[in-house]
Design a protein around this ligand. Structure first.
Ligand SMILES: [Zn+2]
Length: 221
């Protein structure tokens, strides 16, 4: 994919985040790893649903702007921490989806074994402790969860998801919000029936096989 196509891809998924109400106003940010030394990212203070290709920035792995007219988001450090810790990750999405962020504001992780498909796709979604946006503490709070999860709730803030490409990172965000809506209905009905330990183990084994199959497919491609 050329850099221009990569820019168009960020615009496409920025609009989807906005259209699906996963962000409001100028919330959220998206990035794609371009190579070992640079990342293409959305800037601060702009609606991610109404960007042009010229609005995007290229930053180095320390968050310093290499090119672009707008300003770097204060949340770029979170993206770079994920890229440093996970060489398999090529795209990061940060958003404030209302239901999942509601769980994060109540101090509730989305880690109950309620839905088999969520266990297969994401495993569980942990909750990172609160940290002031734009500070290094925000990245520090995520560090314990980055190696083993592809989606993390950020207490009193929002959600970060990531993937091998932007499609996967975006779909992980959709899955988190959809699962949060289901978990909310389960709480409202008040009669939750989580899967049993042996059922969870079977799903974890299946997830491992799916992950291995996907990485073999990527190696072949
Ligand atoms: Zn945020």
């Amino acid at each position: 994919m050329s850099e221009h196509e990569t820019r168009l891809e960020i615009l496409r998924f920025g609009k989807m985040l906005h259209d699906h109400h996963l962000i409001a106003a100028t919330d959220g940010n998206i990035s794609i790893r371009l190579n070992e030394v640079s990342v293409l990212a959305t800037p601060t203070c702009i609606s991610k649903g109404m960007m042009t290709t010229e609005d995007l920035l290229v930053v180095d792995m320390h968050g310093r702007k290499i090119s672009g007219f707008r300003d770097v988001t204060s949340e770029i450090a979170m993206h770079l921490t994920i890229y440093r810790m996970r060489p398999d990750i090529h795209a990061v999405v940060h958003a404030h989806p209302p239901t999942a962020t509601g769980f994060a504001a109540c101090g509730l992780p989305l880690d109950q074994a309620l839905i088999s498909e969520v266990l297969l796709s994401l495993g569980s979604v942990p909750l990172a402790r609160y940290a002031t946006p734009g500070t290094s503490e925000l990245s520090d709070a995520l560090v314990p969860y980055i190696p083993d999860h592809d989606a993390v709730l950020m207490a009193n803030h929002g959600v970060v998801t990531y993937g091998v490409d932007l499609m996967q990172a975006y779909m992980n965000m959709e899955t988190v919000e959809h699962f949060a809506k289901i978990a909310l209905v389960v709480k409202q009905l008040g009669c939750e029936r989580p899967l049993a330990a042996e059922q969870v183990t079977k799903l974890q084994e299946m997830r491992q096989r799916i992950q291995t199959y996907k990485s073999e497919l990527r190696t072949r491609a």
